[in-house]
Design a protein around this ligand. Structure first.
Ligand SMILES: Cc1cc2nc3c(=O)[nH]c(=O)nc-3n(C[C@H](O)[C@H](O)[C@H](O)COP(=O)(O)OP(=O)(O)OC[C@H]3O[C@@H](n4cnc5c(N)ncnc54)[C@H](O)[C@@H]3O)c2cc1C
Length: 158
């Protein structure tokens, strides 16, 4: 008798599980249960009219190790090789990070000098946020969100 497998959540993990199950010998009947109105979970892109792509979640694959190898293998099996943009460590895209705040891109500082200066969109050097972190008291919530953790330890602006 054919087994039925329910996969809960249509993010990349659930979709990968469905893909692997569907390819397995004696593939079961698969039911994917997704709670929201779209598949992809954290994978979510916005394309603007001028062609820019904003990733709300992940935008990179680390190719190292077994996990990276398996991911690239799946990319290849899905015929997506041509869509992969290799970005080596010395590429400007690897070195520069931007924050999109209030309709404008702000380059994040790199190196010690950038951390000691006030750089837009921050109102004071990030160095002070690092000092704030050292003096931050322990949290009292047993299950704190990442937002709350970062605000408490590095200040609300960060
Ligand atoms: C800002 C950001 C940047 C990131 N950058 C990278 C990166 O560059 N490279 C990288 O490898 N990783 C990156 N990550 C991590 C990566 O995005 C996640 O590890 C990955 O997307 C998690 O996928 P997932 O399927 O496990 O979970 P999710 O993407 O969270 O998907 C879970 C799905 O399950 C659904 N669901 C939840 N509960 C239920 C329920 N009870 N019933 C039915 N459906 C349910 C949700 O609606 C969702 O669709 C980043 C994450 C974030 C937030």
């Amino acid at each position: 008798m054919q087994r039925t497998v329910a996969v809960i959540g249509g993010g990349i993990s659930g979709l990968t599980a469905c893909y692997q199950l569907a390819r397995s010998p004696n593939a079961p009947k698969i039911i994917l249960l997704e709670g929201s109105g779209r598949l992809g979970g954290w994978l979510h892109s916005t394309r603007t009219e001028d062609g820019a792509v904003f990733e709300h979640g992940p935008r990179g694959i680390r190719p190292a190790g077994t996990v990276g190898k398996n991911t690239l293998l799946m990319v290849s099996e899905l015929g997506l090789d041509a869509d992969v943009l290799p970005v080596p460590g010395d590429h400007p895209a690897s070195k520069n990070r931007y924050l999109y705040v209030s309709g404008a891109l702000h380059r994040l500082p790199s190196g010690i000098g950038g951390v000691l200066r006030t750089v837009s969109p921050f109102t004071r050097p990030l160095f002070w946020s690092g000092l704030h972190e050292l003096a931050a008291p322990r949290g009292t919530q047993p299950d704190e969100t990442i937002h709350s953790f970062v605000s408490r330890r590095f200040g609300k602006e960060v």
